[in-house]
Design a protein around this ligand. Sequence first.
Ligand code: HPA
Length: 267
Amino acid sequence: MQNIHEAANYIKNQLDFQPETGIILGTGLGGLVKLIEVEKEISYDKIPHFPVSTVESHHGKLLLGRLNGKKVIVMQGRFHYYEGYTMRQVTFPVRVMKVLGIERLFVSNAAGGLNPEYKITDLMILNDHINLQPDNPLAGPNYDELGPRFPDMFHSYNVAMIDKALEIAKKMECGVHQGVYAAVPGPNLETPAEYRYLRTIGADAVGMSTVPEVIVARHMSLPVFAVSVITDLCYPGAIEEVNIEKVLAAAAKAEPYLTELMWKIIK
Ligand code: HPA
């Protein structure tokens, strides 16, 4: 608790600004950044107790500013379990953003498509998840001032925001779906048998992030909106070898669509 407050105070002392919306930007989805009227940039390594990002494709800084008229705090670069962080480290920034006053959290990620209707560069709005990561950010002592010991996960993804996003998406020129995201630990991609298993248990897309942050946000009753960019196809007949370059290229191609969706839903 003390670490969370020390990190939040460090950020608060940098400027007179209370963010309303927190945004976590995933792999190759930095396009939104160009639209932010940035008032302050804070590198993660300056913030007390903040983990430092190790993945090349992720920058490590917080951006505070305005996006389409709303006050936002944006994580440019996130932390993954596969980098070796504990789940408490992975989710620490979400705790800090909540203490700073955010009222909702937006998350984006790159994911493999398991639903045979999905195409590369489609967007999937998360309406539920399956957590297959081996640890939980809420394990250990519960801090009742943050949230309950046994938080409910019924409406993990805010229904009003999903409906709004689907309405916005009707006028967009890319495929937009809603579906279930399965979170795996990584860092290896999955075997064909694992993809079949993930589809069988009800997942529409698979990735290595997002779920820890969502669990922690819901622990603190923060409404969540999350979107995956489908960067590769993982169903029989479409599976092929994936490499990070292909994933990044697909994410870059989808970037304008995700940016448009986020821009409009923020408003
Ligand atoms: N699995 C498969 N494909 C992916 C993933 C993943 O975790 N992330 C992005 N594309």
